[in-house]
Design a protein around this ligand. Structure first.
Ligand SMILES: [Fe+2]
Length: 264
């Protein structure tokens, strides 16, 4: 596999990653990740793909970037995107059919990006949640303030046998002055998912800096495109021409373990 060119990834005593390679290869792509686990490809059910044509264009681009597996994650947010297992599974089937019709060789599954709100708290008890893998559940929360029930909800998830994956932790500005919080999430058994676009400055300079710090400390577990529209494809492509790409190549992301899994 491509990443073998770069040798084994290691962490030093402090858990920080050692970077061994410094040249961007000419054939840069994302095939070493294999799988993407955060995106919005099911059309019309959230703020992602607007229609099937856009969804297929993005998925074709993902195939071109080297991905072979995608776990797409529509928003479940009661106020704005009241998706259910049924709306997501019905939409997934339509996109899977369209992938076949368009000869796109990507294995597509669906989970969800659950927004932590009162509805979600009830849902945990009501029905099995849609998972990225095994019992891993992708969650997000307000970017404006820390939800007062955050720790209780994470605990509730864990008590129900789930492992929370916190989506794009670098985007929560209220944690930027309390970097120890990120390690606390890890210490209590949560996984952290970085948005790949964060290292480009796409969401702002502060978010870029925090993403770089979390990468350097080895605190991330997964990375995801969080792709919503075709403009994000261009940003993902552009990363492969920069030194940031080497950071990804040298980092032990867990994405590839999502390949060849038949269900979440
Ligand atoms: Fe998202």
């Amino acid at each position: 596999m491509f990443f073998r060119l770069f040798g084994k990834k290691k962490k030093d005593e402090d858990g920080a990653l050692q970077h061994h390679n410094s040249e961007v290869p000419g054939n840069a792509d994302w095939s070493f990740l294999g799988a993407d686990m955060h995106s919005h490809f099911i059309p019309g059910i959230d703020d992602g793909a607007k229609d099937m044509a856009e969804s297929i264009a993005m998925l074709r681009a993902m195939e071109g970037l080297g991905y072979n597996t995608i776990v797409t994650t529509p928003h479940v947010m009661s106020d704005f995107y009241p998706n259910t297992r049924q709306t997501i599974e019905a939409g997934l089937k339509q996109v899977q059919d369209a992938l076949k019709e368009n000869n796109i060789n990507i294995t597509l599954r669906a989970a969800a990006e659950y927004y932590i709100d009162e509805y979600f708290i009830q849902l945990i008890d009501q029905e099995p949640l849609l998972t990225i893998r095994n019992k891993e559940v992708l969650v997000e929360f307000s970017m404006m303030y820390e939800p007062p029930m955050l720790n209780d909800v994470l605990y509730k998830l864990q008590s129900n046998g789930y492992q929370p994956i916190i989506a794009h932790p670098e985007r929560y500005l209220f944690f930027h002055k309390e970097l120890q919080r990120y390690r606390q999430f890890k210490d209590r058994g949560c996984l952290l998912q970085m948005n790949m676009l964060s290292v480009t400055g796409h969401y702002g300079k502060g978010i870029k800096q925090v993403a770089e710090q979390l990468l350097a400390k080895g605190l991330y577990d997964y990375c995801g495109s969080d792709m919503h529209h075709e403009r994000h494809v261009g940003v993902l492509k552009a990363i492969t021409n920069t030194k940031d790409y080497l950071t990804f190549v040298n980092y032990p992301f867990l994405n590839s373990r999502l390949c060849n899994v038949s269900e979440g």
